[in-house]
Design a protein around this ligand. Structure first.
Ligand code: HEM
Length: 485
């Protein structure tokens, strides 16, 4: 038995492992944009690398073939998530959807997210929320352009339309602007906390350093702010019900739905207050920045590629056929716009390393034995730019998708912005509906240029650090209203 174990551990040692420093392993090589540093490392060390983040063995996957091995062939083994200090606290001890380990709790919550919150039927039922919020966005763009030398900060506008839609869907129509901006602010801080290195995660005995440096206290304060806000939202909904509010009416929001499910809980699975708060946290954290990042990159790429912008505008204006707003039912006809969105998600996946996975048992892959509890990062960003699958991989060419069936729904492993397999993003239909409607209407209603004195050549297409890869520079543009008469 000992001999067999030694043979196995010899085999894992054969994995292309990066030499690291004592204690910190390879942390110093990740830099502020790990997806980019890891791609450079994979060019040298191969598309399956073993490195050590602190003391934790972590595999980095940088090819579509291997991504398929992890997320299809061995999906069940890698369908769990590792826990970290930040994820554990913010997900009420890992009882949310995104961070809970693979098992019964995750399965129940995942079912709720797909059947009751984020599935196609629910997405359709919130169609009115999207069209009202997008109509307001168009008004705000027009209004601001008439005041500030014609320039609007489109990045901020996109951030607020996405947050407004999400807050209305989750919390209902009565949410104040002040509460919506607090949610926005807290979501941004979540992302910052995910990029802070906590000693406890890598060296449990060094937790005292997190305490000494004050990072633990900051994290707790942040969590407490979230917790009291979520409590307030839930209490308001409970009071509304007590006052005779209609929790089954057409204006049902996510909190109403979750409270109803809690009342209907059977003995197999009881949905607790903490489950509800953890799900709400997931919706805010996973739902806002991701769609907003996609929209922001879309506008930046379109402005840098005027011929693509023109084609997308011609298409949307033809389909709108004189209407001032394009309705959701017609979005399916926008083939070119759809290709634009795929191309944006290929070059700029909002979560470039997806969410980490961890193996729940040992497994054999490519002749190697991968032990239980090995972490895995899938570099979707590197795969989307790999010359092995894509012609001129760094160029923005939506045409590549026009005569192709390649999609981002988790079947084509060279385009996986939403991940794949059991843990694929359940918010995909929700996100696609928001991104398509917003982008189509911005292109329909306005023509767009850069402010005078700024040329597209000086636009920097760099990511900012953090869990999500928002474009670093804020995008300012000049909209010109299109005359529909
Ligand atoms: C363009 C927008 C979005 C992108 C690119 C995106 C991307 C992702 C990715 C890469 C994952 C991890 C998948 C994996 O491990 O294979 C994920 C998980 C998740 N996403 Fe999204 N997402 C988006 C929008 C949304 C929205 C709008 C929501 C909800 C309102 C949402 C909710 C979730 C949840 C709950 C999970 C965890 C799933 C699980 O672990 O079972 N996402 N998303």
């Amino acid at each position: 038995e000992r001999g067999r174990r030694r043979a196995i551990s010899n085999k894992i040692a054969l994995l292309p492992a990066l030499p690291g420093l004592p204690l910190i392993g390879n942390i110093h090589e990740l830099g502020s944009l790990p997806h980019q540093s890891l791609r450079e490392l994979s060019k040298k060390h191969g598309s399956l690398m073993l490195l050590h983040i602190g003391s934790i063995p972590t595999l980095v996957v940088s090819s579509a073939e291997l991504a398929q091995e992890f997320m299809r062939t061995h999906d069940m083994v890698f369908a769990s998530r590792p826990s970290s200090k930040v994820s554990k606290l913010l997900s009420y001890n890992n009882i949310d959807i995104a961070f809970s380990p693979y098992g019964d709790c995750w399965r129940q919550l995942r079912r709720i997210s797909v059947n009751n919150l984020l599935g196609q039927k629910m997405v359709q039922s919130f169609s009115i929320v999207r069209s009202e919020e997008v109509a307001q966005l168009l008004e705000r763009v027009e209004d601001q352009a008439s005041r500030d030398n014609g320039v609007v900060c489109i990045t901020e506008m996109l951030n607020s339309v996405v947050s407004n839609i999400l807050c209305r869907v989750v919390l209902g129509a009565s949410m104040s602007d002040e509460r919506t901006s607090l949610v926005c602010e807290l979501v941004k801080r979540n992302s910052t906390f995910f990029s802070v290195v906590f000693f406890e995660d890598h060296f449990p005995k060094l937790r005292w350093l997190d305490v000494l440096l004050g990072s633990e206290a900051k994290l707790r304060t942040h969590f407490n702010t979230w917790d009291s806000l979520l409590e307030e939202f839930i209490e308001n909904h409970l009071n509304k019900c007590k006052d005779g509010g209609d929790s089954n009416g057409t204006n049902t929001d996510f909190i109403d739905i979750l409270l109803q499910l809690q009342r209907d809980s059977n003995t197999d699975f009881v949905l607790t207050r903490n489950h509800i708060k953890a799900i709400l946290m997931d919706m805010f954290a996973a739902g806002t920045d991701t769609s907003f990042i996609t929209l922001d990159w879309s506008m930046a790429e379109l402005i840098r590629n005027p011929e693509v912008m023109k084609k997308a505008q011609d298409e949307v204006r033809e389909i709108a056929n004189g209407d001032e707003m394009i309705a959701e039912e017609r979005l399916g006809q926008l083939k070119y716009l759809n290709a634009v969105i795929k191309e944006v998600l290929r070059l700029h996946p909002p979560v470039p390393l997806l969410l980490p996975r961890v193996s729940t048992e040992a497994c054999q892959m490519q002749g190697y034995n991968i032990p239980k509890e090995t972490r895995v990062f899938i570099n979707a960003w590197a795969i989307g730019r790999d010359g092995a699958y894509w012609d001129s991989p760094d160029e923005f060419k939506p045409e590549r998708f026009l005569d192709s069936t390649i999609d981002y729904r988790g079947k084509d492993f060279h385009l996986i912005p939403f991940g794949a397999g059991r843990r694929i993003c359940p918010g995909m239909p929700f996100a696609v509906a928001v991104v398509e409607l917003t982008l189509a209407n911005l292109l329909l209603r306005f023509n767009w240029t850069l402010p005078s004195g700024i040329s597209k050549e000086v636009m920097k297409m760099e990511d900012s650090p953090g869990l999500g890869s928002l474009r670093k520079q804020k995008l300012e543009l000049v909209p010109t209203l299109v005359n529909f008469k």
